[in-house]
Design a binder for this molecule. Structure first.
Ligand SMILES: Nc1ncnc2c1ncn2[C@@H]1O[C@H](COP(=O)(O)OP(=O)(O)OP(=O)(O)O)[C@@H](O)[C@H]1O
Length: 262
């Protein structure tokens, strides 16, 4: 069904007199793997916040997992969505352990309090950390981790509630080359897994787009430049218009590369 996971119609977001998003109409179907790309300040994070039911639009209509924002209890909706973003990482309480950070995703909360977790929860958290290549970090404090370790732990947390929708905001930002490639390959395996949730990932760089991504949406100055099947969107014409520089684009082994045309 068109837009059964996300259905945005004529969405606009304004804050303090500034237009962050305008005229965004976008549909995401179950099983899709989307990437949202665009330059700094294009509105990517704002759009992801709307998709996460964390931000209400100023205008337009938004349905997330079939529920209309403004007419649904977002506290029931949010646990169905896994999100990894810098905004979430900044709100992790000081001293929180990696295990507790992953476990508390079951309740869509940050900071362990008095909730009860059983052995199934513990095994799932440990298994996800292992699958993301950070099983050995389970007892560490999140605030002592490197940037690359934090990114992987956050993705494990986002997957913990077995979400129907997985949102990743710049998962590879701040990673060194080896860590970026490791993460892109892991995300590629996740994208290829038919049991994995519908995915939407935000990035500035087409090099960070994992193989297996099916669709792309390009944003510039709060508006959509192009959207659709990834190979129809990641063209020299669309990427040049989106980033405001003439770009040459290559594709090799399912990965994308862009550089200024000479
Ligand atoms: N309260 C606000 N008042 C005015 N402008 C705002 C406000 N909040 C955000 N903005 C602006 O909205 C624009 C979109 O921000 P957003 O974080 O969504 O962009 P982005 O594409 O994720 O950027 P980046 O790639 O740099 O992270 C930015 O230019 C930002 O400065």
């Amino acid at each position: 069904m068109a837009g059964d996971v996300l259905d945005l119609r004529g969405v606009g977001v304004r804050r303090d007199g500034a237009t962050l998003l305008h005229d965004v109409t976008w549909a995401v179907d179950e099983g899709d793997r989307w990437v949202i790309a665009g330059p700094n300040g294009a509105g990517k994070t704002t759009l992801l916040q709307v998709a996460a039911a964390l931000l209400y639009p100023t205008e337009g209509a938004v349905r997330v997992l079939g529920e209309e924002l403004g007419r649904t209890d977002v506290f029931e909706l949010r646990p169905r969505i896994g999100i990894a973003s810098a905004a979430v990482a900044e709100r992790v309480p000081a001293g929180e352990t990696v295990l507790d950070l992953v476990l508390t995703a079951s309740y869509a909360i940050l900071g362990r309090w008095r909730e009860e977790y059983d052995s199934t929860d513990l095994a799932r958290a440990a298994g996800l950390l292992e699958a993301l290549g950070c099983g050995d970090l389970i007892g560490r404090r999140f605030d002592t981790l490197s940037e690359g370790e934090r990114k992987r732990v956050q993705i494990a947390r986002a997957l913990m509630p077995d979400p129907e929708l997985l949102l990743l905001d710049e998962p590879a930002a701040g990673l060194d080359l080896g860590a970026r490639e490791d993460l892109v390959n892991r995300l590629g395996r996740l994208a290829d897994d038919p049991a994995a949730p519908t995915m939407v990932m935000v990035t500035h760089h087409v090099e960070e787009v994992p193989p297996g991504v099916t669709h792309a949406l390009l944003l510039r100055k709060g508006g959509i430049v192009a959207q659709g099947k990834v190979d129809e969107v990641f063209t020299e014409e669309h990427l040049s218009a989106c980033f405001g520089v003439p770009l040459g684009v290559d594709r090799q082994n399912g990965r994308w590369y862009a550089r200024t045309a000479r």
